[in-house]
Design a protein around this ligand. Sequence first.
Ligand code: ZN
Length: 301
Amino acid sequence: MASKAEVGAVRDFSADHRWLSINTATLRKQQGAEVPLDRIIDQCAAHGIGAISPWRDQVAAVGLGRVAKQLKAHGIGLSGYCRGGFFPAPDLSGLRAALDDNRRAIDEAKTLDAPCLVLVVGALPGALEGKAAYKNLARARAEVHDGIAESLRYAREVGMPLAIEPLHPMQAADRACINTLEQALDLCDELDPQRTGALGVAVDVYHVWWDPKLKQQIARAGRDRLLAYHVCDWLTPTRDLLSDRGMMGDGIVELRKIRAWMEGAGFDGFSEVEIFSQLDWWQRPGEETLATCIERHRSCV
Ligand code: ZN
């Protein structure tokens, strides 16, 4: 057990859930069936959820304008917008297409008044579909560097912060070749040395809980680089590396300790619940998942 002094003073979440945000992937499927975003937003509103983080495909399916209007009507804000990134490509036209797509993502984030666009930066192009176009991870990382640099120009113009989300190294081949907070912050320092707030990180406990440098790198990030905080839990055993995320409190992540590090570094934003759970929560009624998120937010986060 960590001592109280070691953990430090954290915001008290036990009395209400004003700092709870729901990443809408958490409710994407309910009782095994895909649920449209407008219904998810109504469910969140009914539970007094103050913020969500929706995914681009969910928004597109309902319509960007409609979603913006619905959020406004409910007084629900965003804690982030998922997601931009996937910069690497096998050729120039692919690289260009990725930049265009990120530009559109930035515009959508702007329309929805998101505080940041989350970047899952991509890795070996084609690997996600089982056919990597090349195997040179250093090349992928260089393409990510250049892609973020280019996107940042436009993001600055319109005033949309970009949040690099380091992903667990198990996803280095297919989803993101930025795998530690340190690596993400090195990029931030290079591309935004003035710490303007235009570039930062999304800290997702599922991806970084194991990192021996986590505490140190969160402190290094500081308030102006800590743009988003994603929570869930790491189950033992994990049955599916992508979509067997646990509900907070059901696994081994020291959630209170990590939040204390975040808040010690100045973070005072939402705690966003992001649970992909094909085998468990996506099979349950949305009401049950949402009620459990609220209860665990108060008791475990
Ligand atoms: Zn995340």
